[in-house]
Write a protein that binds this ligand. Sequence first.
Ligand code: AMP
Length: 233
Amino acid sequence: MSLYVILMGVQGAGKGLQAKLIEERYGIPQVSTGDLFRAMRARKDALARKVQAIMVSGQLVDDDTTNAIVADRLAQADAQNGVILDGYPRNRIQAAFLERHLQAKGARVNAVLLLELDLYVAFKRAFGRVSADDGASYNYYYNADGVDFSWTPADDSSYPPRLDASLSDGGEVLKRRPDDASADAIIKRIDTFLETTQPLISYFQAKGIVRKINADQSIEAVWAEIERALETD
Ligand code: AMP
């Protein structure tokens, strides 16, 4: 039995962590198109250069290229029992391609896991998040014990000021992902998520395979819901 799962959720919903758990439990790899495209940075051929230029411009890679790269990834040995798709499909054309592709292999999309998170919480998870070199993660709004936070006016006086953080014990300066540092960039990301995801959710809902998961819970509780959803397939 193969297992093809599509993971959807706004940034901050915990997709990365849950994908790891699915990977361990079901022995299928996570396939993120964003990661596949980023990995092409090391290549110098014409296709890789084209993809790089599109990513830098913030646009989506065209559907034919994206579908071909996914088909290639699904043909690899470690993907023969299924995959967890993250960042793909991003529109109905890609969704229809994926379905046809799987059908030709005698497989199908078993579940679309929609990790639901209030968008205000999603914003705070992204904007308040800082991390230490050892991978520990803290948050200005949710998990600030042992961290000294301060606001520094940005060079261009933009609002809000920069959020700086360091560990109270030892003073290690904590890092923010550059794409989390700007409130405006986070809001744009959430807007893009809504625009692209809504039509896809309706598309898959019509097929009865969307499983809604409450992502505003502990990692363990979210995982328990996911396991139940995958077992009732
Ligand atoms: P992500 O890490 O998923 O945000 O993807 C980073 C970039 O890769 C996007 O901004 C797009 O340029 C490209 N990309 C990733 N997935 C897709 C997709 N399914 N369709 C088109 N472009 C994609």
